[in-house]
Design a binder for this molecule. Structure first.
Ligand code: PXP
Length: 239
């Protein structure tokens, strides 16, 4: 069965709105796993707008919970991540002014830097992933970089589906990229902007093994509760 990673950044967003301790992302991490999530994703952003260093440290120490830490290529953040030692790392592009991650990494421009970072994490046996756009070129470059996994940015297909526009071309790009990655022994993940409908659509691609979903899960949970929402996603991924 395909795995579900729940991104809990926005639990910290709500907490930070008050500058107090509630709701606690550390508590959320263990709860989402009890409710059926296969892993927890957190993004330690350079501006610390949601998850902070103390959250990341505490969450990564949780036993029996797989934590996927998203980080930029910033030297200080990479050093921090090596100290925190999550189970998994996902390297993402980061731009201080963006509301959320706006696209995949520029692998061509950052090849040398990414190679050094990936080697550092591989040395300490941390599964490492690159957040990329669904292109054949980027899958081939990911192979050259010897990364364990790629996470395909699903923002574009999610927007097309939400706007009720044709999404076949984007779906086909994701499918072709996933098939090639799989052939090259790179594990395929997908994430960004996903809701029930887009997850159902992308679930048809057998090569995708993990979905990382945040904003929709946290938002929908306001109305229906985390447990129900996570269970509904798990049911989609079973089919
Ligand atoms: N995967 C990655 C690599 C991301 O950067 C994000 C957004 O932080 C997500 C998944 C989750 O996206 P969303 O919150 O839109 O579900």
């Amino acid at each position: 069965m395909k795995r579900l990673g729940v991104n809990i950044d926005h639990i910290a967003t709500v907490r930070n709105a008050r500058g107090e301790k509630h709701p606690d992302p550390f508590f959320a991490a263990s709860q989402v796993v009890k409710m059926g999530a296969d892993s927890v994703t957190i993004h330690l952003r350079e501006d610390r707008r949601h998850i902070n260093d103390a959250d990341a440290k505490k969450i990564c120490k949780l036993k029996n919970i797989f934590v996927n830490l998203e980080i930029s290529m910033d030297d200080k953040i990479v050093k921090n991540a090596l100290r925190i030692k999550p189970n998994y790392i996902c390297i993402v592009p980061e731009n201080r002014k963006e509301i959320t991650t706006e696209g995949g990494l520029n692998l061509t421009k950052n090849k040398k830097k990414l190679k050094t970072i990936i080697e550092k994490f591989k040395k300490v046996k941390i599964r490492t992933s690159l957040f990329i756009n669904p292109t054949i070129k980027d899958i081939k470059l990911s192979k050259e970089l010897n990364v364990d996994c790629v996470e395909i940015h699903t923002g574009r297909i999610s927007n097309l589906v939400k706007l009720k526009k044709k999404y076949n071309t984007e779906f086909s790009r994701i499918k072709k990229s996933s098939i090639l990655a799989n052939k090259l022994n790179i594990e395929v993940h997908a994430g960004h902007g996903l809701d029930y409908k887009t997850t159902k659509i992308l679930n048809k691609i057998n090569e995708i093994q993990e979905f990382n979903i945040g904003h929709f899960i946290i938002g929908e949970s306001i109305f229906y509760g985390l447990s129900k929402v996570i269970k509904k996603f798990k049911k989609i991924l079973k089919n």
